[in-house]
Ligand binder design. Structure first.
Ligand code: ATP
Ligand code: MG
Ligand code: FE
Length: 344
């Protein structure tokens, strides 16, 4: 099937066409620069940007694929989780297109799209894969029984997401929003053993209770305290070393728990997705541990990791192929959509 995917959960307005497992077009417009000076996404600004970019994005995605709306078999749109005002723009636009063109519409879960997108690079899902989802708002380990029908949560963060932890430390170091990519770049030149950064919820104490859960708020606080102490003592902050030590701690605990989960669930494939999976330190650690444990790690290229329409379209293809009923014409948005809801 040919599916038009539409994304507007946060600061990216995006549209893409996927046919089967083939990506035919992928258009992303971002309002990120408009938010940078505020240090975070301003929902009102993001919603207005979606209203402006929606039609240009969709028409470019169709034109790039050499198609018109008539050629499309279905429309998929992110119905959550995300900023309500942003979701409302994308979902309303998608509903209008579906109604006008008489096409079925699927209101899908954006976070599950981050997992589904790996198929564009690595082909269909193997049976019983585990997925590590690391994005701006989520850090979870999921058991993917069937991407169109059933997903179970194996573990999740008890406080901050990994991306959030990076963004907060980045702000202390004076990097503009979003800080994750800046930490990545500086970490490449630093010594990961320079500063002792604790690893959240490893073995021992809470380990037994939360074998597959994560916690990054203590990591963030430890790094923040260290920076404050050094600054108070008048010492210069070794930015590269701070970044390298933070990145190493976060990447290690994510990779270790993902491997442990795969072994417990008998999964020999780990699917990785979400904006934070663009992080070089995490990618390297996952591939290293995967090779050691005999687990195939599928991390998409960075352009497919961050928010885009292709992830929405491919999940739409999965739903159409599985024969899942389309969403009702009055389906709602859900800014806090749970990870177990794949489609409205
Ligand atoms: P969600 O998908 O949970 O709704 P989101 O869509 O806002 O959240 P994404 O766009 O998937 O999140 O990811 C954005 C996050 O990824 C930000 O926290 C950003 O700092 C982080 N990020 C992007 N690239 C990198 C990188 N190279 N290293 C570290 N973090 C990165
Ligand atoms: Mg974004
Ligand atoms: Fe996302």
């Amino acid at each position: 099937p040919i599916v038009l995917g539409i994304e507007s959960t946060c600061d990216e307005t995006a549209a893409a066409i996927v046919q089967g497992c083939e990506l035919r077009s992928n258009v992303v417009a971002s309002s990120m620069e408009e938010h940078a000076r505020y240090g975070g996404v301003i929902p009102e600004i993001a919603s207005r940007a979606h209203a402006e970019a929606f039609v240009p994005c969709v028409s470019k995605a169709l034109a790039d694929a050499d198609l018109t709306l008539t050629d499309v078999d279905a429309i998929a749109v992110s119905a959550g989780p995300g900023l309500a005002g942003c979701l409302a723009v994308g979902v309303s636009g998608a509903k209008a297109l579906a109604w006008a063109a008489g096409k079925p519409i699927y209101g899908i879960n954006h976070v599950i799209g981050h997992i589904a997108v790996t198929q564009l690079q690595f082909g269909p899902f193997p049976k019983d894969a585990l997925a590590l989802i690391v994005s701006g708002g989520h850090t979870s380990l999921l058991h993917v029984e069937d991407v169109a029908r059933r997903i179970d949560v194996v573990g999740t963060t008890l406080d901050d997401a990994a991306g959030e932890c990076f963004d907060k430390v980045a702000r202390l170091l004076g990097f503009p929003y979003p800080g994750g990519p800046h930490i990545d770049r500086h970490a490449a030149n630093g010594d990961p053993t320079a500063i002792r950064v604790p690893q959240g919820l490893t073995q021992g104490q809470a380990g037994a209770k939360h074998p597959y859960d994560f916690s990054f708020s203590g990591v963030k606080t430890a790094v923040a305290r260290w920076i404050e102490t050094e600054q108070a003592a008048g010492r210069e902050i070794p930015v590269d070393d701070v970044c390298a030590s933070l990145a190493d701690s976060v990447a290690t605990v994510l990779a270790r728990k993902a491997m442990r989960g795969c072994e417990a669930y008998g999964a020999d494939t780990l699917i990785v997705g979400g904006g934070f999976s663009a992080n070089s330190q995490l990618r390297a650690k996952l591939l290293e541990y995967g090779a050691e444990h005999g687990i195939e790690v599928r991390i998409p290229r960075p352009k497919l990791c961050t928010d885009n329409g292709a992830m929405v379209a491919i999940l739409g293809v999965n739903l159409v192929e599985a024969g899942v009923a389309p969403s009702a014409p009055d389906f709602p948005i859900d800014s806090a959509m749970p990870l177990t809801t794949i489609c409205m």
